[in-house]
Design a protein around this ligand. Structure first.
Ligand SMILES: CCCCCCCCCCCCCCCC(=O)SCCNC(=O)CCNC(=O)[C@H](O)C(C)(C)COP(=O)(O)OP(=O)(O)OC[C@H]1O[C@@H](n2cnc3c(N)ncnc32)[C@H](O)[C@@H]1OP(=O)(O)O
Length: 950
C-alpha cells in the first residue's frame, strides 16, 4: 500500500489563541468573545494520508481539543487514481486539507429580528440589541476556570463542565390515577364500555356485572397504556448523557453551532411563567439529542418529548424515557373506521396535565424524519392538544419555538431504500447498536441548530381571530370584541395583560376562541366567531358544561419565574382536576369543527414555515443544489466556486443564513468531501491549459446521477427547494407558456409577450397542484402577493421588461368600469438570468415528471379499485421502465414520496377516493373520472407545465 502524507501544522498558532487562554464563562451568561471556530481549535499534528487501495484519502483533520486531549477525526474523500491530477506539486489532499471549512462568521440572527411575515406573532420582548449582536457558539468548545493552571481541569473539561451544570429540577410525577380520574378519560371509558355493550346486544342498565367487568378491563388497559406512555425524567441520567454526548459529538462532528442570541432568547423564554413548546423540523435521530443537550447546557429543564412507540425498544426505550421521551402511537387508531377514544383521551389528558404541571414539551410536528430533505406537511394532533388546553383555560399561554437543525451530512445514513419503494426496517436493539457503531467511525462535518423566535400561542389565536373578523362584513362583526373606547390594536403587544375572570380564564380567551364544540345558548359567548357545525350539534355527550375550577377543585401547578428550581411542582395539588374545563376537542373530540381545525392547521403551517425559514444552508446543500440543477453534467471547480459565491449572495438577499463562511472554494471542497465519492466525483479537468497557473482549473466536479445515488444527492439539494419553490413555480409557468425555446434567444428578445395576470393565475394553479410538496406561504400571508413578488423579482433580474398594458377583460353587458388592464412584459434573456431560471425550472422538472406519469397511471384504475400500495408501486414501476428506456431524464423522479403526494393530490381534487377494507386502503376513481377520456384534461394540464423541460 502506498501512502503519502501531507502534514499541516499549527492550527492553534494560526488561530492565534487557544481555548485554554480564555476565561471561564458560565454557560448561562453567554459572552460573545467565546465565539469559536468550528474545527479550528487544534493541537498536535494534522495530515492527509492517501490510501491507494481504497481510493480514498484518510484525512487527519486538525484534532479538536477537550482540555489537552487531542481527538483526531478521520474523513474520506474520493480521488482519481487513474490520472496525474495533483497540480504543480500540490496534492488534492493538500487542497482539501487546506480547505478546512472556515468558521461561520457571526451573521446577524435575521430570524430573531423578524421571523415571518406576520411579525406581530412574535415575542419582541425576548429580543433586544444584545441578543442580536451575539455571535455563533460552538457547543463542543467548553472552557473551564483556570484551565491554564490546572492540568486536570483541562484534561477533563467536559466532566467539569457537566458537573457544573444544574440538572436537578423538580420534574413532577403525574400519577396514573390522576389521569384516570380526569373527566375526559372517564367519559371516554364510559363511551367505550357503552359501545361494547351495545355491540354485544347487552342493555347496560340490565347488566351491571357486564358493565363492571368491561370497566375493569378498560381501566387495566388504560393503566398499561399510561405506564407505557409516560416519561420519567431522571436528572442524573441527563447529566451522564450530557457528558457522553459531549464525547460522542466531539468525535463525530467538527462543530455544533448555535447562535448566542438565540440561546439567550430561549433562556428568557424558559423563565416565563408559561410552558415552552419546542417544535423542531425532523431530519435525524440526533435532532432530539441536540435539543435537550442545548437546554442542558443552558440549565433549562429538559422537555418531555413525543417519541413514536417504535422507539420503545429494549434498553434504548428505557433510556429515552429517562431523558424525557414519552411514547405515542404513530397512528392513533389501529383501524381508521373506529377511533381508539380511550387512547386518545389518555394521550390528550397526559399532555395537558404535563403542561399544567410546568413541563416544557417538544414534538416533531412532521410526525417523522423527512425522507426528501424538504419539510413534510405538519400533523395537527399534538398541536391541537395545546390549543385545546389554551382554549379551555387550562393554560394561560404557551411559547412556541420553531427549531431547525441542519447537518453537513446526516448521521442516520440515507433514505434511498424507502424512496425506492422498499419498506422501512423496523427499529430494533441490534439495529440501533449496529447503526451507532457505524456512525462512530465517520466524520460528519458541522451541525447547526437554529432556534426560531418564540411566539405566543395566545397572540397567534388572537391575531387569527382578527384576521377572520376582517373577512366578515362589518355589520356581522361582533361589536364587543373591542373594549369600550378603544381602537383595536392591529398587533397586540405580547405583554398585554387580559382581564382575568373569576374562574381563572381571561376574557380574551373566552371571546377569542373558535369553539371546538357547541355550547348551549347560555354558555355561548355573545361573540362566538366560529359557529359549530350542524353535525356536531346533535352529539349530546359533547355538550358538557364549562365547569369552573371552583366546581372542579383545582390542580394548579404554577411555574414561577423567580426561581427556576421551583419552576416545576411549585403549587400543590388540591385535587386531581385541571383548572380549566376539560373540553372534548382535539384528539378525544370526534367532531372538531372545521374552523377549529383550520386554526390548528394554520398554526402548524406557521411553525413549519418559521422553522424552515430559520434553517441554515450548509455547504453540502449549496453544492448539491448547484450540481443537481445547474451543473448536472459536471463543472470545473472554479466555476462551481463562483456559482456558490452567487448563491450565497442570493441567500443573503433572501435573509437566509449559511452554515459556513469564508472562501467558497473551501466550502466547495469541504462539501465534496462530506458528500463523498458515492455522490460527487472529483476528477482532473480535461480542459486544462498548459499556460494556466490557477490550480483550481485542474479539478472537475461531477455529480453521480445514477440511481440510487442521485436520490441521496437530491436529499441534500432539497434543503434549498422551499426557498426557491415560488420562483420555480413562476418560471416553470412562464417557460411552459412560451412557444419558443428561450435558450435560443440569449441576449436578444423573442417575439412574444407575457401577461402578468395570466402568469400569476397559472402560477396559482401549479402551486395548487404542488400543494403537498411545498408550504409556500404561512396562512397569514397571501400566495397571490408572494407570486406577484416573484414576478417583480424577474423584472429586477432583467428577464421581464415592461411592454405596456392591454385591456384584459371586457364584458358586453358591462359598463366601462369593468375594463381592466393587464401588464405585459417582453423577455430579455441573458446568459446569467438563463442560468438562474434554468436551475429553478430544473428543480421542479423531476417532480412534474412524476406527477405527469402518476396521472397517466390513473387510467389503470378505470373500472376497478386497487390497494393504494399496489397502485403506488405500479406508478413507480412505470417510471422505472421509462428511466431504463431513457425517456425520462431525472432518476429522482422514481422517488416514492412525490408519487404518494401526487396520489394525495388526486384525492384532494376528488379524482380518486380511498376507503379501508379489512385494514387495506383501497383506491378507485370517482364516478366523474372513471373513464380514460375524462382523465385526459388532467393529464394534459400537468403535461402543459412539463413542456418547458428540454
Ligand atoms: C442532555 C442530553 C439528553 C438527550 C435527550 C434525548 C431526548 C430523548 C427523547 C426521545 C425522543 C424521541 C423522539 C423521536 C421522534 C419521533 O418519534 S417523531 C414521531 C412521533 N411524534 C409525532 O408524531 C408528533 C406529531 N404527530 C402528531 O401530532 C399526530 O397527529 C399524532 C398525534 C401522532 C396522530 O397521528 P395520526 O394518527 O396520523 O392522526 P392525525 O391525522 O394527525 O389526527 C389525529 C387526530 O388529531 C386531531 N387533529 C388532527 N389535526 C387537527 C387539527 N388541525 N385541528 C384539530 N384537531 C386535529 C383530530 O382529533 C384527529 O383525529 P380525526 O378527528 O381526524 O379522526
Amino acid at each position: 500500500m502506498t501512502t503519502a502524507a501531507v502534514i499541516i501544522r499549527g492550527g492553534e498558532e494560526q488561530l492565534g489563541m487557544s481555548w485554554t487562554q480564555r476565561e471561564y464563562t458560565p454557560p448561562k451568561s453567554y459572552n460573545s468573545t467565546t465565539m469559536t471556530v468550528p474545527g479550528g481549535s487544534s493541537r498536535g499534528d494534522e495530515g492527509v494520508v492517501v490510501d491507494t487501495t481504497t481510493n480514498t484519502f484518510k484525512e487527519y483533520l486538525p484534532s479538536k481539543t477537550c482540555g489537552n486531549t487531542p481527538i483526531s477525526t478521520t474523513t474520506s474523500v474520493p480521488f482519481n487514481t487513474s490520472s496525474q491530477w495533483a497540480p504543480e506539486g500540490k496534492s488534492l489532499a493538500a487542497h482539501i486539507a487546506s480547505a478546512m471549512p472556515t468558521p461561520p462568521e457571526s451573521p446577524p440572527p435575521t430570524h430573531l429580528a423578524t421571523s415571518t411575515i406576520c411579525d406581530s406573532h412574535h415575542h419582541e420582548a425576548l429580543v433586544d440589541k444584545t441578543t442580536r449582536q451575539l455571535g455563533l457558539h460552538n457547543l463542543l468548545r467548553v472552557s473551564t476556570s483556570n484551565a491554564d493552571r490546572y492540568w486536570l481541569t483541562r484534561r477533563c473539561c467536559y466532566v467539569f463542565h457537566c458537573l457544573s451544570l444544574r440538572t436537578k429540577f423538580n420534574y413532577a410525577n403525574i400519577p396514573n390515577k390522576m389521569i384516570l380520574r380526569d373527566d375526559r378519560v372517564v367519559r371516554a371509558m364510559e363511551q367505550v364500555v357503552a359501545e361494547e355493550l351495545e355491540e354485544a346486544g347487552v342493555e347496560e342498565q340490565d347488566d351491571c356485572r357486564a358493565r363492571m367487568s368491561l370497566l375493569a378491563k378498560h381501566t387495566a388497559r388504560a393503566n398499561k397504556l399510561l405506564t407505557d406512555m409516560k416519561a420519567a425524567i431522571s436528572s442524573t441520567l441527563i447529566r451522564i448523557t450530557g457528558y457522553v454526548l459531549f464525547k460522542v459529538f466531539s468525535n463525530l462532528l467538527m462543530s455544533v453551532t448555535v447562535h448566542g442570541g438565540q440561546q439567550e432568547v430561549i433562556d428568557r423564554a424558559a423563565q416565563r411563567d408559561t410552558p415552552v413548546i419546542f417544535v423542531p423540523l425532523h431530519r435525524s435521530h440526533v435532532d432530539y439529542l441536540f435539543v435537550t443537550w442545548v437546554l442542558f447546557n443552558r440549565q433549562i429543564p429538559a422537555p418531555i418529548v413525543a417519541a413514536g412507540d417504535n422507539l420503545r425498544i429494549p434498553v434504548f426505550g428505557w433510556l429515552l424515557r429517562g431523558l424525557g421521551g414519552f411514547f405515542i402511537k404513530r397512528r392513533l387508531d389501529n383501524c381508521k373506521s373506529r377511533k381508539d377514544v380511550l387512547y386518545r383521551s389518555l394521550l390528550q389528558t397526559y399532555v395537558t396535565h404535563a403542561l399544567q404541571a410546568g413541563y416544557n414539551l417538544e414534538f416533531f410536528i412532521e410526525g417523522g424524519r423527512t425522507r426528501t430533505g424538504k419539510p413534510c406537511m405538519p400533523k395537527g394532533g399534538l398541536l391541537s392538544v395545546i390549543v385545546d388546553a389554551y382554549s379551555n383555560g387550562t393554560l394561560d399561554d404557551a411559547l412556541i419555538v420553531p427549531i431547525a437543525i441542519n447537518y453537513d451530512k446526516i448521521l442516520d445514513g440515507n433514505f434511498i431504500r424507502e424512496q425506492m419503494g422498499q419498506s422501512k426496517i423496523p427499529e430494533s436493539f441490534w439495529g440501533a447498536v449496529r447503526a451507532i457503531m457505524k456512525v462512530l467511525s465517520t466524520n460528519y462535518g458541522h451541525a447547526r441548530i437554529d432556534f426560531g423566535q418564540p411566539f405566543s400561542l395566545r397572540e397567534f389565536v388572537h391575531n387569527q381571530k382578527r384576521a377572520s373578523f376582517s373577512q366578515l362584513p362589518l355589520s356581522s362583526q361582533p361589536h364587543n370584541d373591542v373594549l369600550p373606547g378603544c381602537t383595536p390594536p392591529l398587533s397586540p403587544s405580547p405583554m398585554i395583560e387580559m382581564p382575568v375572570l373569576s374562574n381563572g380564564r381571561n376574557s380574551e380567551q373566552l371571546q377569542s376562541l373558535p369553539q371546538p364544540f357547541p355550547l348551549s345558548e347560555q354558555q355561548k359567548p355573545e361573540t362566538a366567531l366560529f359557529s359549530p357545525s350542524p353535525l356536531v350539534m346533535g352529539k349530546s355527550y359533547h355538550q358538557r358544561s364549562l365547569s369552573t375550577p371552583a366546581a372542579n377543585g383545582n390542580l394548579r401547578l404554577r411555574r414561577t419565574t423567580s426561581n427556576p428550581s421551583n419552576a416545576l411542582n411549585t403549587v400543590t395539588c388540591t385535587n386531581s382536576r385541571l383548572t380549566g374545563a376539560p373540553s372534548s376537542s382535539s384528539l378525544f373530540g370526534t367532531e372538531v369543527t372545521e374552523e377549529y381545525r383550520s386554526l390548528v392547521k394554520s398554526l402548524a403551517v406557521h411553525i413549519v414555515f418559521d422553522a424552515e425559514r430559520c434553517q441554515a444552508v450548509m455547504a453540502t446543500n449549496a453544492v448539491a443544489w448547484l450540481l443537481s440543477y445547474v451543473y448536472r453534467d459536471g463543472v470545473k471547480l472554479s466555476t462551481l466556486v463562483e456559482a456558490v459565491d452567487a448563491l450565497r449572495d442570493s441567500l443573503k438577499t433572501r435573509k437566509r443564513d449559511t452554515g459556513f463562511s469564508g472562501h467558497s472554494r473551501d466550502a466547495v471542497l469541504h462539501a465534496v468531501h462530506m458528500l463523498g465519492a458515492g455522490l460527487v466525483r472529483l476528477e482532473q479537468s480535461t480542459t486544462q491549459t498548459s499556460t494556466t497557473s490557477d490550480t483550481e482549473q485542474d479539478f472537475f466536479i461531477r455529480p453521480v446521477t445514477l440511481l440510487p445515488n442521485i436520490i441521496e444527492l437530491n436529499y441534500y439539494a432539497s434543503a434549498l427547494a422551499p426557498l426557491f419553490a415560488a420562483d420555480a413555480i413562476i418560471v416553470t409557468c412562464l417557460l411552459s407558456s412560451l412557444d419558443c425555446d428561450l435558450w435560443s434567444y440569449k441576449d436578444c428578445s423573442p417575439d412574444c409577450l407575457v401577461d402578468r395576470e395570466k402568469l400569476i393565475q397559472r402560477g396559482l394553479r401549479l402551486a395548487q397542484l404542488l400543494q403537498n410538496e411545498f408550504l409556500l406561504v404561512p396562512a397569514c400571508a397571501s400566495l397571490l402577493t408572494k407570486l406577484g413578488q416573484v414576478v417583480d423579482n424577474l423584472i429586477d433580474m432583467g428577464l421581464l421588461q415592461d411592454a405596456g398594458k392591454v385591456d384584459s377583460r371586457w364584458s358586453e353587458d358591462s359598463d366601462e368600469d369593468d375594463i381592466s388592464f393587464s401588464q405585459q412584459y417582453k423577455l430579455a434573456p441573458t446568459s446569467s438570468t438563463l442560468e438562474v431560471i434554468g436551475a429553478w425550472r430544473n428543480m421542479l422538472a423531476p417532480m412534474l415528471d412524476t406527477y405527469y406519469h402518476a396521472a397517466c397511471c390513473l387510467t389503470s384504475l378505470v373500472g376497478k379499485q386497487l390497494p393504494d400500495k399496489e397502485f403506488i408501486q405500479s406508478i413507480q414501476t412505470h417510471v422505472s421502465s421509462l428511466l431504463e428506456k431513457g425517456t425520462l431524464r431525472y432518476g429522482e423522479s422514481i422517488c416514492v414520496d412525490p408519487i404518494r403526494n401526487a396520489v394525495k393530490l388526486f384525492e384532494s381534487e376528488s379524482i380518486v377516493e380511498c376507503y379501508n377494507h379489512n385494514s387495506i386502503r383501497l383506491v378507485y376513481l370517482t364516478r366523474e373520472y372513471d373513464a380514460e377520456d375524462r382523465l385526459s384534461p388532467l393529464i394534459s394540464e400537468i403535461d402543459s407545465y412539463r413542456s418547458c423541460i428540454s
